[in-house]
Design a binder for this molecule. Structure first.
Ligand code: TNX
Length: 545
């Protein structure tokens, strides 16, 4: 009887209650499956608790959920342990039994790399938790609360990002707001299309301090991206301290484009970035660009230069003029030492060796150099990643090519894939976040064309590269080069709103792809970013409220 009375009370309340301002399907990236139940909206009360399974990694996700919700709601939201997670008025995170599918190498520290193919989930029936894989989750909203379940902490974390988007935009406020904290009723079952979903930040052309990098990681996490590639070295600056070659940071780090002071990360800084990312289920991919793009290193150690003369520091934006001497054994000592130290600081499985635009190195010398560097990476226990210019050189186990071309027909890359290489897609004319949106965009390049939001969104990673089968694709990455980007606000202006477009291509089943729907769902994120104090480009094609 009490139950009936309660139900009647709820029903009456529902008639009076305004509808949830966010619909269950208003999530970016689009979830695999959404089943709204408008009769089951949940209103978060001040006394709500966060319940979580006892595992420390799950508990940490619960703490992060509470940290996200406390500022705007002003609610205490205590985190409590619940092996048996059943209670009213709660946000419940349940870590279920280990997933049947093997874990994605990119999301676990130090995991041995394994192929991460694409999967066509659109037609699959989402089953129990063990079908959710390494990063999937199930989110169920009823009048009593919200339950997120997953086979892994990463899955729980992604579910939390979805929940965050289902609350009113005011949830992004850093200060308490009077608001009805309603979550739309129903069920979402979701998992990623690709295991590798990333962005790159060039901290070499302009240096960005640790707080800026952490904030970029927050933006990635919001949109379920799980890799941050840091372009740590280039002609204009060397940004990571290396104990065995101390002048790299001290001398090579002291410059940047335009003549500013530059900077570099100490080992402690870098560890802080790695730890912060790991807590958000983001893997750091460090890049040491070789053999070209090395002017900053040569200013510090002229013995590495082909003519053994220190070049002047470089603060311009040309590419392709510098290289370490591939004919000198000392260059390989340098590479081994640097890669060894960076690998030791990096829990993730990847080590990116650049390889792009070494225009002054003859092809044979280039191939011998890169083949040797690939072996040096293998010696560190990591898997080698390089820009697709390394495609023609000899295969190395598990190697990954980051393709940044603008025409999807690349026979050299296709041949490397036939020899065993895997691919990360960063098409210059769709995914390069340093391209201008429009001719009047105040910063950025246009060598790969203009990239407005629709151009960033309207392509299919699964069929983009001719003669490269979908199962060779690890995923998608959106690079931000920073020749013209000088501040956090400018980073955000270039990232948003294009990063969520790339994130959706990398996460969502192709069956959900729909420009009009994406544009409308994304519109709701403008107020969220504004409330959180995040700069963004008011792309004219989006109906911002
Ligand atoms: C090409 S993409 C480069 C970078 C530049 C970028 C500017 C790639 C691997 N190399 O050195 O910063 O274009 O868009």
């Amino acid at each position: 009887a009490a139950e009936l009375a309660r139900a009647a009370e709820r029903a009456a309340g529902d008639l009076l209650a305004p509808p949830a301002p966010v619909r269950l399907g208003d999530v970016v990236p689009a979830p695999e499956r959404v089943e709204p139940d408008p009769a089951a909206d949940f209103v978060l009360p001040a006394e709500a608790v966060v319940r979580v399974s006892p595992e420390p990694a799950a508990r940490d996700v619960a703490e992060q959920l509470a940290e996200l919700l406390r500022p705007a709601t002003g609610f205490p939201l205590p985190v409590t342990e619940a092996a048996e997670a059943t209670s009213e008025d709660a946000l419940t995170l349940t870590l279920a039994a280990a997933p049947a599918a093997p874990l994605d190498p990119g999301t676990r520290a130090g995991a041995p790399p394994a192929p991460v193919g694409t999967a066509t989930y659109a037609t699959a029936t989402p089953g129990p938790v063990d079908a959710l894989g390494a990063e999937g989750y199930r989110l169920a909203v009823t009048a009593d609360g919200v339950r997120i379940s997953a086979g892994t902490p990463a899955g729980l974390f992604h579910g939390v990002q979805t929940l965050r988007q289902l609350l009113p935009a005011a949830i992004e406020s850093p200060d308490p707001v009077a608001e009805r904290w309603v979550v739309p009723g129903g069920t979402i079952v979701d998992r990623p299309r690709f295991g590798y979903r990333g962005a790159m930040l060039d901290v070499a052309r302009h240096f960005f301090g640790v707080p800026d990098v952490l904030r970029v990681i927050d933006h990635l996490a919001r949109y379920k991206l799980n890799h941050l590639h840091l372009h740590l070295t280039d002609d204009q600056g060397w940004r990571i301290a290396v104990d065995s070659w101390p002048r790299l940071a001290a001398v090579g780090g002291a410059t940047e484009v335009g003549g500013g002071p530059g900077g570099c990360y100490t080992a402690a800084d870098y560890r802080r970035i790695v730890r912060y990312a790991a807590r958000r289920h983001v893997t750091i991919v460090p890049e040491i660009d070789l053999p070209g793009h090395t002017n900053a290193a040569l200013t510090a150690y002229p013995e590495l230069a082909p003519d053994k003369v220190a070049p002047p520091p470089y603060t311009g934006t040309e590419v392709g003029f510098s290289y370490v001497d591939p004919a000198d054994e000392r260059s390989y000592d340098f590479v081994a030492d640097v890669l060894g130290e960076v690998a030791a600081l990096t829990p993730g499985p990847w080590l990116h060796i650049g390889g792009d635009e070494a225009f002054k190195v003859r092809p044979e010398a280039y191939a011998r150099f890169v083949e040797r560097v690939q072996r040096l990476v293998a010696d560190t226990g990591k898997t080698v990643v390089g820009w697709h210019q390394i495609a023609p050189v000899g295969h190395a186990d598990g190697r990954v090519l980051q393709w940044w071309g603008t025409k999807g027909d690349d026979p050299v890359v296709a041949e490397a894939v036939r020899r065993g290489a895997r691919v990360i897609l960063s098409p210059g004319n769709h995914a390069y976040l340093d391209m201008k949106y429009a001719p009047d965009t105040p910063i950025g390049h246009d060598w790969a064309g203009l990239i407005d939001l629709r151009t960033a969104y309207d392509w299919d990673p699964g069929s983009h590269l001719v003669d490269v089968p979908a199962d060779a694709l690890l995923g998608v990455e959106a690079p931000l080069w920073t020749e013209s980007v000088t501040s956090l606000a400018e980073i955000e202006f270039m990232l948003l709103p294009r990063l969520p477009a790339i994130a959706e291509l990398a996460w969502s089943p192709r069956a959900t792809h729909d420009w009009a729907g994406f544009r409308d769902r994304l519109a709701g994120h403008g107020p969220r970013w504004a409330t959180a104090g995040i700069a963004f480009h008011h792309a004219p094609e989006v109906p911002w409220p």
